[in-house]
Design a protein around this ligand. Structure first.
Ligand code: NAD
Length: 341
């Protein structure tokens, strides 16, 4: 298939593009390139792509495409809370516009990068499946719920949106993010000797390796239409349903000499959910995640050491919010996060 991959220069897109290519797909990227230079290790070989803001996409960008994988977004809660209006403009309105253009152009499958944080304050130890009530607690998560709703209204006999509700990602990507929990804790442990947890450690936080997300999207792309059409899927594995305190313990085991410090200064985190991932395994027989949290912590520690992660890079270069704040302060992007020409 010819696949338009939005967000191909992000954390997940950089891992997903080569997996799609290896599966025989022709990948064309589309990204504003906000984090294109935030690379740890050798520069990645990006697929052919275009530097386009999602809000400026036209019919030309989806012409001749068989499927769209839509990752581009303001990708976390702090970004969403910094600028809720922008989050809705980019994550919600521009995403739905892209889907309409894709449908009009005859694109048959639209894989949307949603998130398990749509379950928000699900709380408790019960596993939440895809039909659980959605209780988003941040503008970021709310934007994802709105897109799912609007894509559902576009689904028809020729256009199949699929809602891939990813757990929180971890693992090495050349375009690293240090602002997601495991990547953050491993970096902190290496740089300071402490596995620093600011919450009380009790929230459940299901995790999934970036490479497993890439494999899941690739599998959903090739699945029979009836298996995925207009369906939501939790992407991850029950073995990686862990509390933040358990994640911290795994990190302490992976980084020798590191000690767990739970300060609790941010109090209890309302985002807590334990997730049932069986629907995707049933829809895609043979699929399962390959990476555990422990393996991911060991991999990250090795990559951080090999590529010489510094405190400065950890706090600024690989933290999405810090990068955008710096670009805004330097005047390279305007108030709406568009590049100044
Ligand atoms: N990483 C996770 O833990 C996780 C979990 C669940 C869902 N997701 C979703 O997966 C997707 C990818 O996440 P990621 O971790 O790779 O994030 P990321 O921030 O690394 O990548 C997002 C990409 O989108 C691009 N982008 C942002 N605004 C844009 C705009 N206006 N126009 C064009 N491009 C724009 C950025 O330049 C970046 O390359 C996002 O939709 C995110 O919400 C991520």
């Amino acid at each position: 298939m010819r696949v338009l991959l939005t967000g191909h220069q992000g954390y997940l897109g950089t891992v997903m593009a080569p997996v799609l290519t290896a599966a025989g797909h022709e990948v064309v990227g589309l990204d504003a390139g906000l984090f294109a230079d935030c690379v740890l290790g050798p520069p990645p070989a990006d697929p052919p792509g275009r530097r386009v803001d999602l809000r400026d996409v036209t019919a030309e960008h989806v012409a001749g495409v068989d499927a769209v994988i839509h990752l581009a977004a303001l990708s976390n809660d702090p970004l969403g809370s910094l600028a809720p209006d922008l989050t809705y403009d980019i994550n919600h309105h521009a995403s739905v516009r892209l889907a309409r253009l894709a449908r009009d152009a005859g694109v048959q499958r639209f894989l949307y990068a949603s998130t398990c944080s749509v379950y928000g304050a699900a709380g408790g130890a019960d596993l939440v499946a895809e039909d659980a009530p959605l209780r988003p607690v941040t503008p970021y998560a709310e934007s994802k719920v709105r897109v799912e709703d609007d894509l559902h209204a576009l689904a028809d006999g020729d256009f199949s949106p699929v809602y891939m509700r990813n757990a929180t990602a971890f693992g090495y990507s050349p375009r690293l993010r240090a602002d997601i929990v495991l990547n953050n804790l491993v970096g902190h442990a290496l740089l300071s000797g402490e596995v620093l947890v600011l919450s009380d450690g009790t929230p459940w936080r299901p995790l999934v390796h970036a490479a497993d997300i890439a494999r899941a999207f690739t599998a959903a792309l090739g699945a029979p239409r009836e298996a995925v059409h207009d369906r939501a899927f939790n992407i991850g594995s029950e073995v990686n349903n862990v509390t933040v305190a358990e994640i911290a313990e795994q990190v302490a085991e992976a980084v020798s000499g590191a000690k767990v410090v739970i300060t609790g200064e941010n109090g209890a985190d309302p985002r807590s959910y334990r997730v049932d991932f069986s629907r995707f395994r049933t829809a895609i027989p043979g699929f399962d995640c390959e990476w555990t949290v422990k393996q991911g912590a060991l991999e990250l520690a090795d990559k951080y050491r090999d590529h010489g992660l510094t405190q400065e890079d950890f706090e600024r270069r690989f933290t999405r919010l810090a990068v955008l704040r710096a670009a805004s302060d330097a005047g390279t992007v305007d108030d709406t996060l568009r590049w100044r020409r």
